[in-house]
Every structure is written in structure tokens, then in C-alpha cells.
Write a protein that binds this ligand. Structure first.
Ligand code: T4K
Length: 421
């Protein structure tokens, strides 16, 4: 339905565009038959976890796809970061972007390292080399880049800095499965990289993650750290933890890999539809990734220019969410503004102007296999109407604080339910 006045918008009392919320991160469900077959094989084998055959096969297939000799599957992407950091022998401070999911920073802090936040590039939202240089001191042991939204970092520039200062170079590739850098799959950059196979990712094992590396020593250390430091039946080699991926997760991962290409194709088509609808709205801009490199098209990232659009990013989020478009403001408030890092100069020794700006203007729109072309065009018309009625919406939202504030912890639920509350 066309929104012709503020009263037609759900935040103004009208009917929501979608009864069931469209979300960022609805998991692609792999083939039930194939998954159930694998689950039966696991149950029949009696080998449920600990170095089982499904995990081995998953690691082998990942290694082939990512063209990397070592893949160490673990229970999630956060633990993958922790294991990688310890295996690479990091100490003291590690330079990371603040513009990332909080897990990147927390994983380091959890193992006794100090995340130090550098700024990002305004176009591809990954670590800015000059800002990284400003954060280096005698305590720095590594740079940990994040291929945010699947955009590869400027690996060459970071490599040069790392070599010049004798630092390790690591990457959080949680968003970048099936993405490329200089024609090679992400997974083999720097000393090591990590992936998340959380349910919300293009390829997932429900919960899961992996460390990938070309370095035999780091790989060996990861394998030990993953399993309590146990080297033999009665031989404990070192400190370790339980980071193991179980067989059912590996079964889900293997099945998800089989549908990855069709998921990625759907995402790419969605991104193209969004390109036409978003670019037609004044003040909105699709932060377009390099289609060759950022193949998975997992995130549809939009910047909101308040002056030209008429509403701030947060007000637009409020309008969209009331309509059942559960857009996100990843990764507000930004790691440097969140506990336990906020206000501590050791974590933020330099200014982060680009990060601070992006945290206020970017939003992510729903995509994935459950979002259709028709729905994207409906979202486009909604964005146009919101722009056309921006002044009245602004007035309305300033008077009536919205029920779905972007900073609330509410999960998307049927809009009718929320209205009744
Ligand atoms: N580094 C980076 C750069 C990361 O982005 C992440 C994780 C990590 C490290 C750590 O990896 P893991 O330890 O998580 O493997 C999500 C995910 O929990 C997180 O994995 C992800 N990044 C982050 C970007 O997003 P939320 O809280 O925003 O998502 P969640 O669980 O609310 O799901 C999003 C929407 O998807 C929901 O509104 C409902 C829907 N959904 C979700 C799940 C899990 C479903 O429909 N079904 C489901 O099973 O954090």
C-alpha cells in the first residue's frame, strides 16, 4: 500500500507494510534431506564430537575452496579469534578497527590482550593504514584487520606496515566467506584468518567457526589449543581450551556449503535490485562493494545523508522497523564507545572521525534467500515515501518517541503483537 500521508505510516498509526518482519541475517536453511542424511550418519557412527569424520571432511572441503593448507574448525567465530591470537603468540596491544562486531575486540580482551582501535577507510570501511601507523607503539604485537561486510582490507598496505614494525598480521574474515582478494579467496591472507559460521552467515554450521592459515606452526598450535593442549593420550603439551566443533555442526556446515552458490547468487540479485531502488532516493547511497571481490553480497549497506534525505539514520530505522523492515545499525555504538573500552585512552589513542561518522549514518537492509525482488521494490517505494514525507515524519517522531528505538534490545516480532502491547 502507498503511504500518502504520515497517518499511512505504521509509526503514525497506519498498517505496517509487512506483517512478518524482514530481518538482516535470516539463516539460509540448507537441504533438509541432505542434512538429515548426514545427521543419521553421525548418529549411526556414534562419533559425535572430538576430531570426528564430519569435521575432517568439512575442514578438507573448506581448505580446497579457500585454497589454504590448514583449516582448523572450531565451535564459533569468537573462539576462533581467541585461539588464533594465542596460537600466533600475540602479546600486549593489538590494533583493530572499532567499526566491527564487538566480538572482534572482546575476543582479544578475553585472552588478556588490549584491543587498540584504529580508524577505517570511508569507502570500504576497513582499516585505514595511516591510522594504524598512528596506533603503533612498543607494546603492539599485531594488526587484526576485519574484512567488513565482505570488503577485503587493503592487505598490501597492512602487510607493509606489519613487516616494517615486525608485527603479526591477522584477519577477522567472519563476513568474507567466498570473497576474494587479488583473485584469491579470502582465507590465506596475513599470518592467519578466522571465519564465523554462525547461523546468520551465508555459509553456516548453525554455530561454528574456523582458523585458516598457511603457517604450519600456527596451525599446529591451533589444533592443540582447540583440544585442551592435549598432544597424546597422557601428554599435555600446553594450556588449551575446549574449542572443538561437534559433528552435527560440521554436518550442517557441509550441507550449507552445497547450497552456498545459490545463496550467493540470490544475494547478488538482491543487491542489484537494491541498487536501483536505493539510488533513486535522494540522500540515500548504497555503499557498493567491489562486485568481483566481495562476492557474497551478504550485507546491503546504505548511508543516510540526513540533510538530503530529510530524516536521520535513527529516525529512518524507526520508520522502517514499524513497517516490519527490521534494518540494523551495525555496529553502533562502536567498540570504542562500549564497555569495557569506553573512555580508556589506551584503547583509543587516536581520533576516529570516519568511524564516528559511519556509526551515525550506516544501516543494513534485509537480504538473503528469504527476501524477494518484490519485497525489495516495496521497500524502495517505502523509502521514497519516507523521503517525500520526511518533514512531517520528523515532526511526528520528535513528538512521539518511537516504540522501536534503534538502541532497544527488541527482536523483530509480528508488528500486530507490538501494537497490542
Ligand atoms: N567477528 C565479526 C566481524 C562478526 O560479525 C562476528 C559475528 C564475529 C566475529 C563472531 O562470530 P560468532 O562467535 O558469532 O560465530 C549476529 C550474530 O550473532 C553474529 O554471529 C554476527 N557476527 C553479528 C554480525 O550478527 P545479532 O545479535 O545481530 O544477530 P541475531 O542473532 O539477532 O540474528 C539476526 C536476525 O536473524 C534476528 O533478528 C533473527 C534472525 N535469525 C537469527 C538466528 C540466529 C533467525 O531468524 N534465526 C536464527 O537462528 O548478531
Amino acid at each position: 500500500m502507498l503511504k500518502r500521508s504520515v497517518d499511512d505510516f505504521a509509526c503514525g498509526g497506519g498498517s505496517p507494510l509487512f506483517d512478518e518482519a524482514l530481518v538482516v541475517g535470516r539463516p539460509p536453511i540448507p537441504s533438509r534431506d541432505a542434512l538429515l542424511k548426514r545427521i543419521e550418519a553421525v548418529l549411526d557412527s556414534g562419533h559425535l564430537t572430538n576430531d570426528g569424520p564430519m569435521v575432517h571432511e568439512f575442514e578438507e572441503q573448506l581448505g580446497r575452496r579457500l585454497q589454504v593448507p590448514h583449516v582448523i574448525a572450531v565451535c564459533n567465530g569468537t573462539v576462533a579469534l581467541q585461539v588464533m591470537a594465542l596460537a600466533a603468540g600475540l602479546t600486549g596491544e593489538v590494533i583493530v578497527p572499532s567499526m566491527t562486531f564487538i566480538a572482534t575486540a572482546h575476543a582479544l580482551q578475553w585472552v588478556g590482550l588490549t584491543p587498540v582501535f584504529a580508524d577505517v577507510d570511508p569507502d570500504n570501511h576497513t582499516l585505514d593504514a595511516a591510522s594504524v601507523e598512528r596506533c603503533i607503539n612498543e607494546r603492539t604485537s599485531a594488526i587484526l584487520g576485519v574484512h567488513l561486510w565482505g570488503n577485503p582490507c587493503d592487505v598490501t598496505a597492512l602487510q607493509q606496515i606489519a613487516e616494517r614494525h615486525h608485527l603479526k598480521l591477522l584477519f577477522d574474515a567472519s563476513h568474507a566467506f567466498d570473497c576474494e582478494h587479488n583473485g584469491r579467496p579470502i582465507g590465506g591472507c596475513g599470518n592467519a584468518e578466522t571465519f564465523s559460521f554462525h547461523a546468520t552467515k551465508v555459509m553456516h554450521s548453525i554455530e561454528g567457526g574456523a582458523i585458516t592459515t598457511n603457517d604450519d606452526n600456527i596451525a599446529e598450535r591451533c589444533r592443540l589449543l582447540r583440544n585442551f593442549g592435549i598432544a597424546g593420550l597422557t601428554q599435555i603439551d600446553s594450556l588449551g581450551t575446549n574449542a572443538k566443533m561437534n559433528e552435527l555442526s560440521a554436518a550442517a556446515g557441509l550441507t550449507s556449503l552445497e547450497s552456498l552458490d545459490s545463496v550467493v547468487q540470490h544475494n547478488q540479485r538482491n543487491l542489484n535490485h537494491y541498487r536501483s531502488v536505493v539510488d533513486a532516493v535522494p540522500g540515500l547511497k548504497l555503499a557498493l562493494p567491489d562486485a568481483q571481490e566481495c562476492r557474497n553480497a551478504q550485507y546491503v549497506v546504505v548511508t543516510v545523508d540526513e540533510t538530503n534525505f530529510g530524516l536521520s539514520r535513527d529516525h529512518l530505522l524507526t520508520v522502517l522497523r514499524a513497517e516490519g523492515v527490521f534494518a540494523r545499525s551495525y555496529f553502533a555504538p562502536g567498540c570504542h564507545n562500549a564497555p569495557p573500552y569506553a573512555g580508556i585512552s589506551q584503547h583509543t589513542p587516536t581520533t576516529l572521525p570516519v568511524t564516528n561518522h559511519l556509526l551515525e549514518v550506516v544501516l543494513q537492509l534485509p537480504t538473503g534467500v528469504t527476501v524477494s525482488e518484490t519485497e525489495i521494490h516495496q521497500i524502495g517505494r517505502l523509502l521514497q515515501s519516507a523521503h517525500q514525507h520526511a518533514a512531517q515524519l520528523q515532526e511526528h517522531l520528535n513528538v512521539r518517541p518511537a516504540a522501536w528505538h534503534p538502541q532497544d534490545t527488541a527482536r523483530p516480532q509480528p508488528v500486530r503483537q507490538l501494537d497490542a502491547a
